[in-house]
Design a protein around this ligand. Sequence first.
Ligand code: C2E
Ligand code: MG
Ligand code: MG
Length: 375
Amino acid sequence: ERLSATLRDADAVARLGGDEFAVILQKIEELEDAEVVAAKLIQALRAPVMARGHQLIVECSIGMAVYPDHGQESETLLRHADLAMYQAKKLEGGQCCLYSPTLNEQAVERMTLEQDLRRALANGELVVHFQPQISLADGDISGAEALVRWKHPRLGLLGSDRFVPLAEETGLIWELGQQVMDLALRQVARWHEAGLLLPRIAVNVSPSQLRSDLADSVAYLLKKHALPAQCLELEITESGLTADGPQVRELLLRLREIGVNLSVDDFGVGYSSLALLRHLPLTTLKIDRSFVTELPHNQQDLAIVDAMVKLSRSLHLRVVAEGVEAEAQIGVLRLLGCDDMQGYHLCRPLDTDACTAWLGNCRRRFGPRPPPENR
Ligand code: C2E
Ligand code: MG
Ligand code: MG
């Protein structure tokens, strides 16, 4: 009713199904005219709806395609309007987007990459790189973080930002996560057999992997590779931990029972950080890179990192600084009492062979500086 009331008699309104409607505007002279109508439609729907005494606010997203520029046939026009609508949805509420050919390319590229990723999971194209973590107290290696990479047959080695979000959106992240954990644990077991010391391996876990059967699969993989649970740490971002209170808490308690370490990744950039620390059985806090970058000069960051380290101390959490890129940061992190550090200045993520070599001769490479009187 509201859509019809906003339009002229010559325009057509139809319900395509569910909550999707289509409008055909006749006799549009200029594109701006269509944009004005779209803005009116968004406004018309935004007025509250009363339902059983509740006031409901409805928002809509609009995608537009123009004949004949964006298609000759109705199917093409509708498909293109649909692509533009998904673009509008991404902008969050009450927006209108016009179709452009690049949207089509993006959609095709995404679909191809999704098919490729399914194949990659079946063919074992994923590999794991390892980034060492170093103890600030004695310069020993305290662990490593496993970071997924994709040996794409056509595009070369892809970083996780190119496909982890896609895996999350398409539900492939569970399988991806299983493969990463399997590969990482297998490699750690090999290093242990070769007498190379790696006390702990950290594996990233996406929010959607926090299902109740995660604990079973973790226990299974530890057993498969004959590794003690203490050498595994799961890194979960704050957004994953806030998602679903009681169920996530129960899962984390089961993982703790098994003996696995649990770390909050990118700490400080999400929401409700402190409530998480109080409610969840965590063992480790990873200070987000953004707080470390400008150390030691930025006084605010210095105060924040100082507080995070003290907080971790009192809550008996191990604290790791991410993104250490300069020597000057190491000194201040040591002074503040941070436990471990990780970053390009110490070591970039390494492939298996490079990491094997690194483990072989890493001991005490980053030891504490001698006290001033000995310098
Ligand atoms: P993260 O868990 O916070 O991982 C740290 C990221 O920071 C890595 O990027 C690492 O290469 C990068 N990094 C390390 N040191 C430095 C530094 O000194 N400076 C800068 N600028 N960057 C540094 P990467 O490998 O591209 O991973 C990005 C994100 O992708 C990770 O962030 C993690 O959230 C996700 N990810 C990676 N592997 C996996 C995985 O196996 N599963 C899941 N679910 N997510 C993963
Ligand atoms: Mg991580
Ligand atoms: Mg991180």
